[in-house]
Design a protein. Structure first.
Length: 274
């Protein structure tokens, strides 16, 4: 296993455990040595539990006599064997410390870390739910609608993280936004239809019925034309399908497109006098 791959798994596991503190788990913290980046561990429980990449998969080791006493039997049962070896050995003194188990399944790592994070006397099981999902990479070439959906989905995934982890990852951002090439078709909307819808609205949003939030550079109430049935869904570019919305309601319609709101807008169109 590669160090970077294991680190990502452990960061997701840290977030998953810390999301369930009310079920009897202590808050754990991921740590990685600067000099030896393969030395990754969690603290917060009794002692320190190391998770290190190996050729087979993972080495799980218990650091600290108290933790070894607390978890050795659990690890023996979990892995079905005595420890693989000891990370620290002093033959001259006959001392052996930090027992480890070499495993090839990350589910075993998860169970070991959950046991490490369990408060003494806790018997409740963790919630059976997936860890927060990793962000997906945007394709190099994408149409605008797909890009908007992709951004919304990644933001949803990010919002499932505990606040501390979310803020930590935000602070690690390189602050340089990626560029992608947009492709696909675009609709050339009829300017007369859009202007007519705004005139009929008379400076008031057709959905919330509030006045336009500001004036345009032409000193006109700022409203945006919107197709009740989207052009991409086969809607007509006609005055019988176009309304004028404030920016807030326009964004709402493109994010939620709620049926109740659509019916309100259809009623507005039906009640026009022109």
């Amino acid at each position: 296993m590669q160090v970077g791959e294991v680190k990502e798994q452990l960061l997701a596991l840290e977030a998953e455990v810390n999301f369930q503190l009310d079920l009897g788990f202590v808050r754990i913290k991921f740590q990685q040595q600067l000099e030896k980046d393969a030395n990754m561990s969690f603290i917060g429980g009794n002692g320190r539990i190391y998770i290190q990449p190996s050729a087979l998969g993972y080495d799980i080791s218990l650091s600290g006599k108290a933790l070894e006493k607390e978890m050795y039997s659990f690890m023996h049962k979990l892995c079905g064997q005595e420890c693989t070896d000891y990370k620290q050995k002093n033959k001259s003194k006959g001392k052996k410390d930090q027992p480890f188990w070499r495993v090839d399944d990350f589910e075993i790592v998860k169970k070991a870390v959950y046991q490490y994070a369990r408060k003494p006397g806790t018997t409740r099981r963790p919630i059976e739910k997936p860890a927060p999902q990793a962000m997906s990479e945007a394709p190099e070439t994408v149409d605008r609608e797909t890009l908007v959906s992709w951004l919304a989905e990644n933001e949803r995934r990010a919002s499932t993280l505990p606040e501390s982890e979310l803020f930590r990852r935000a602070a690690m951002s390189d602050a340089v936004a990626r560029k992608v090439t947009l492709s696909g078709t675009a609709f050339i909307r009829d300017s007369y239809v859009a202007a007519s819808a705004k005139k009929l609205a008379d400076g008031v949003c057709d959905l919330c019925k509030e006045e336009a939030p500001f004036l345009s550079v032409n000193n006109e109430p700022y409203l945006e034309s919107h197709h009740v049935k989207w052009l991409s869904h086969g809607g007509a570019d006609s005055i019988d399908n176009v309304v004028a919305l404030c920016p807030n309601c326009h964004r709402k319609m493109h994010i939620r497109n709620d049926e109740t709101d659509r019916n309100i807008l259809i009623g507005r169109i039906g009640g026009r006098n022109y």
